[in-house]
Design a protein around this ligand. Structure first.
Ligand code: FUC
Length: 824
């Protein structure tokens, strides 16, 4: 090598390593550890929506466990069970006669739990295997650190051995569809390793060709679906110096100065009904497109594009010495320590996971986002849509990542097609529906039999996300594009609602309050509270959308008439919000689902100001349910306590979430793994997203006619600063606070219109626009409140009345594109 180039290389290496030496342990957005991962829940996730990887950082053998988002078992096709309509009619009759056990028995018989060979209960998301990088002996390593910098979406491993500093970097480039691994060392010629692939798939082919390591296979056959999804992993090693040689199934790198591995994965997936693609051609194309660029070039554009999204929101809740400890120690000590920066990192980690799992153009995040090392993951790692998939997208709008929400919207468009089959064949109804699960192939029939599976509400819940996106963005073109999906979701309920005999209310039957029972092994019901709330929302959203777009007058008349006939919410004998149409709740019911509180969060049908009795009853229900539960259940409860305007209780749920995860088999009590992944247990990503959303709800709420600033601040957050949270109406909020009072506030209006604030006290204008006390309804249509019916209250209930911190309401008019500043 030319002397100047050697000097330059040494200078670069010196800069690189001295940078590391100075890398502050106090970067607040860095998960870091002083030991390699000993299991998957300690490894660190990277992803670009399409590709994902878990990095272990082991000394002798680095494992980069790979995923590609379309590697699912099976093949295209729906899972409708034929000839069930007559039984559904019969179940309706039994329910209305009060023969609940008989109704459940018939449902179980009609949709058996143990799948007959010809029924498909949903496919499995499967791993792409692992790239293994085996090194020569380095067991005497010192100063070991591995980290994930979520402000840049880069993972690193560094250590010293034999006087040499080694560094590994990992990115899943959001700019190029490749994963890159970069190995460097402080002394030239120090990188010697072997590359190979390993996988739990048995029937795979590994070969070396054209200077690459190639690995290919086909996914599993499950239930009645043959595995036809083919994939190919391609690894291109680019060494600087040293020698690269190939064996039949591996690559040997000898004494390189530096090594970059470009990893691409292709599949034959084109869309949910077309798998005629060429996996090898797709992998090669992605690899070739990236291989012409240097690692540094890809890394630079990757970081800057990632930051465009990530940097929109910042949150500071204070920093203590705890930040100097490894992340696993901080989780272990959170309960008895003082570590507000762990909460802000956990909040931002949720945003990191949303960006890296749902990058525009990708599939929506499944139960594990995109990270899975198994062939048969828990619950198949598919989409459970009676809570989990929705929860994944709760943070999308308020934490300023609406582009990531589109992964879900695209799935909705597809479900609105496949769901017509279940609507027509099972229910003789127009429109579309989906039950409690779906997968890559957009199945819409019942999964797991006539108990869990008899829940025809997936379309009603998922389609709320379309309307919410509109409320945050005011995007009428989007509303118009998605209107057929919203209309189809509503049309299904127009056709299936049944008149229940006692009050002549219109209800869904059969259905259930997700996964819960009101009698031993009986959950099937008519008119559960959650269903009534969901139907209210889906019909109202279709009505409002059609009205805004000036469409479908006859249809909107029908919707209006039907909305009037929906059941009111009911307060039962224990002063609780009833979960079922009949007063059958048990105060000792600790079930993880809190479905009847959907009306409180994510919906806006329960308000301390407009429906105080229901608000109080909802709070009683949540108290009865208790705090500790599965990870996602606690994530939901953070949002619910925030909506109940109780910051200390919401914080308590965050603290419950930030306790070390119990062993996987322990069942119901969730927590957090060392890598900050949520534990159901086992790992399930929804709890991460739910908690991120809940923290945003503690800071800003905008569902109840105004923007409530600091609605649920716990004692622990005496002061702080948040920037970039989004409120409905397209308002961007930056604020600082001290002792619960806002000290400075900046509101940027993207859409213009009236801005109504609810907050603890008055603020002075910094410019010419002053706040004036608000009266009457908010004239901004994006703040319209729910028209919730008066509740029916049991004679046995004893409501005490609620006192909440209502703050004061202020209005000011805004112009699109302008910012407004206020100070204490
Ligand atoms: C729902 C939940 C379970 C689990 C599963 C994936 O069925 O009740 O707790 O999260 O989804």
């Amino acid at each position: 090598m030319h002397a100047n180039r050697t000097a330059l290389l040494l200078l670069q290496l010196f800069c690189c390593f001295s940078l590391f030496a100075q890398q502050p342990a106090n970067n607040p957005l860095r998960l870091w550890y002083d030991k390699p991962a000993t299991n998957w829940n300690e490894a660190l996730p990277i992803g670009n929506g399409h590709l994902a990887a878990m990095v272990f950082g082991s000394l002798n053998a680095e494992q980069v466990q790979l995923n590609e988002e379309t590697i699912w078992s099976g093949e295209p096709g729906n899972n409708i069970i034929p000839n069930v309509y007559d039984s559904i009619q019969q179940i309706r009759k039994l329910l209305f006669e009060g023969k609940y056990k008989e109704a459940q028995d018939l449902s179980n018989k009609t949709l058996p739990r143990n799948a007959p060979a010809d029924v498909n209960y949903g496919m499995k998301y499967q791993t792409a295997g692992s790239l293994m990088i085996r090194f020569n002996d380095q067991q005497q390593a010192t100063n070991y650190q591995r980290d994930l910098d979520i402000s840049k979406a880069v993972a690193n491993v560094t250590y010293q051995a034999n006087g040499i500093t080694y560094k590994r970097e990992f990115i899943a480039a959001v700019t190029d569809n490749v994963i890159l691994v970069r190995l460097t060392a402080s002394k030239p010629g120090s990188i010697s390793c072997n590359l190979s692939m390993q996988s739990p798939f048995k029937d795979v082919t590994t070969q070396t060709k054209d200077g690459k390591l190639l690995y290919s296979g086909v996914t599993s056959t499950v239930d009645n679906k043959t595995g036809r999804l083919r994939y190919q992993v391609e690894v291109l090693p680019k060494a600087e110096g040293g020698k690269v040689s190939f064996t039949d199934t591996g690559v040997v790198i000898d004494k390189a100065n530096a090594l970059t591995l470009y990893v691409a994965i292709g599949t034959n997936f084109i869309n949910y009904k077309d798998i005629s693609g060429n996996e090898a051609a797709k992998a090669t194309q992605a690899l070739n497109a990236a291989a012409g660029k240097s690692y540094e070039a890809i890394k630079t554009t990757h970081i800057s594009l990632y930051k465009k999204y990530f940097d929109r929101v910042s949150l500071e809740l204070g920093t203590t010495d705890a930040i100097k400890k490894p992340t696993n120690a901080r989780i272990a000590e959170f309960g008895n320590g003082n570590d507000p920066a762990l909460v802000s990192m956990y909040f931002q980690f949720g945003r990191y996971l949303l960006i890296t799992s749902s990058w525009p153009g990708s599939q929506p995040a499944n139960l594990q986002g995109k990270w899975n090392d198994k062939l048969s993951p828990p619950w198949d790692s598919k989409y459970t849509i009676n809570i989990n998939t929705e929860m994944n997208y709760w943070p999308a709008e308020p934490t300023a990542l609406p582009e990531m929400h589109h992964a879900l919207f695209n799935m909705l468009k597809e479900l609105s097609v496949t769901g017509q089959e279940s609507a027509t064949k099972m229910y003789h109804a127009r429109g579309w529906n989906v039950h409690h699960n779906t997968d890559l192939w957009r199945i819409t029939g019942p999964v797991d039999g006539g108990f869990y599976g008899m829940w025809p509400m997936g379309g009603a819940w998922l389609s709320q996300h379309l309307w919410q996106h509109y409320l945050f963005t005011g995007d009428k073109a989007f509303l118009k594009e998605m209107y057929p999906v919203l209309k189809g979701a509503a049309l299904f309920y127009v056709d299936v609602l049944q008149t229940e005999p006692t009050h002549n209310w219109l209800v869904v039957a059969p259905s259930m309050s997700p996964e819960n029972t009101y009698m031993s092994n009986v959950g099937i019901s008519a008119g559960t509270t959650m269903d009534n709330q969901l139907v209210y929302d889906v019909l109202s959203n279709a009505f409002r959308s059609a009205t805004i777009l000036g469409l479908d007058k006859t249809f909107t008349d029908t919707l209006q008439t039907m909305i009037k006939r929906l059941p009111p919410m009911q307060v039962g004998q224990y002063s609780q919000l009833q979960e079922w149409l009949q007063d059958m709740d048990k105060p000792n019911d600790r079930h993880r689902h809190v479905s009847h509180l959907y009306g409180l969060f994510p919906s806006n049908q329960i308000s301390p100001f407009n429906t105080p009795e229901i608000f109080e009853a909802a709070r009683n229900s949540l108290v009865y349910r208790g705090d500790k539960s599965t990870g996602w259940s606690m994530g939901w409860k953070v949002n619910l306590w925030a909506r109940l305007l109780d910051g200390n209780r919401a914080y308590k749920l965050i603290a419950d979430q930030l306790t070390p995860a119990p062993v996987e088999t322990s069942g119901q009590n969730g927590g957090t793994y060392p890598n900050l992944f949520d534990a159901h247990p086992p790992f399930q990503i929804d709890g991460n997203f739910g908690c991120t959303s809940g923290i945003a709800e503690m800071l800003v709420q905008s569902h109840d006619g105004s923007i409530y600033l600091l609605p649920a601040i716990p004692d622990q957050w005496q002061q702080g600063t948040v920037k970039g949270l989004i409120a409905r109406g397209g308002f961007v909020i930056d604020m600082s606070w001290k002792n619960g009072r806002i000290t400075s506030l900046k509101i940027q209006s993207k859409l213009g219109g009236n801005c109504r604030l609810r907050m603890a006290g008055p603020l002075k204008p910094k410019g010419s626009v002053a706040l004036k006390p608000a009266t009457g309804n908010n004239p901004n249509p994006l703040f319209a409140i729910a028209d919730t019916k008066k509740p029916v209250i049991s004679d046995k209930a004893s409501l005490k009345g609620v006192t909440v911190n209502a703050g004061q309401l202020y209005d000011f008019n805004t112009t699109a594109g302008m910012s407004y500043e206020f100070v204490q």
